[in-house]
Ligand binder design. Sequence first.
Ligand SMILES: [Zn+2]
Ligand SMILES: [Zn+2]
Length: 358
Amino acid sequence: MSFLEKISTNKSVVWIAPERVETQHREVPLMKDDEVLIEVVVTGICGSDAHVWASNPEKRLPILGHESAGKILRVGAKVSDRFVGQHVAIEPGNPCMKCEFCIRGQPNICANLAYCGHTADGTLTQFYVCPASVTVPIPQEVSWRSAGSIQPLAIAVHLGRRANMRAHQTVAIFGCGPLGLLVMAVARSYGVKKIIAFDIEQSRVDFAVKYGADVGIVSPLNTGGVPPLDFASDFISETMEQHNLGSGVDLTIEASGAETCVHMGVYITKPGGMYIQAGLGKQLSSVPLFLFTAKELTMKGTVRYTPGCFADAIDLLARKAVDLDSLITSTYPMTKINDAFVAQKARADIKIVVMNQE
Ligand SMILES: [Zn+2]
Ligand SMILES: [Zn+2]
């Protein structure tokens, strides 16, 4: 098949109504001199996609998807460091590189960020054009399935940098969804001493232990109307005693967004330790600030990824320091995209990837 025949149809996943997407032909954008044309092979689906999918499209109908990798089909005239056939991951954020945050080296919080699948057309498409500078080479030995989770791994790498993970640390992770598990994988590869994983579902805790947590704990739900802080403090005191955690953990990562876990996380962090909020919960959650001050904790937020996180993620993957394959529990062809979103919403899978050309 000639190159032009190949791209004459470009099936793309377009969001048309709440919980409804459609595969439509979209023109492949013209390529500029500093851009590359990519045959997209794989795209991971995540909670944020399902959130968009379930809501109501406001104005235009964007192409979804932001966790993709593929093969370069063409390189622009001014691109000298990419080649045809090269496997690459696609960074989904297009920062302006002009605002005060971009200039400071934090393009993840760019004031004018255009993000694939959210504020810009995404990568759930067969052919995608983007600046060569937002593509990151992947060695051929990395499987396409795994390549569909490089973007969330890059987010976990960014978190690892924010947390300044070290070999002497004991780390508590609340929430064993993909983000919590990927943070765990990064923490493990960075050599932290001990990882304690919490989730409300036994099956997720079991998976976390198989995947690399030293201790897995099912956290209870406060169904008896116990005052929230008493509930969190009682459970954590018991846990610390049972697992010999002394005065607490060095680093807590809250990756569930649940308010109870925020409370538990503050209780379990040792004085002088660090607490990182990674889960996006409701708009307003309470935090026991008196404890923060009394224990002199450091609290940080974390969002998206920063320069070099993709390359570091790919390096961890290529060296097999992190395993993504076992996280991917379902693979769908793009022709079955609605089923993939229904499955994502049902939350029975750990990680779903879609094969864009199938
Ligand atoms: Zn995502
Ligand atoms: Zn910017």
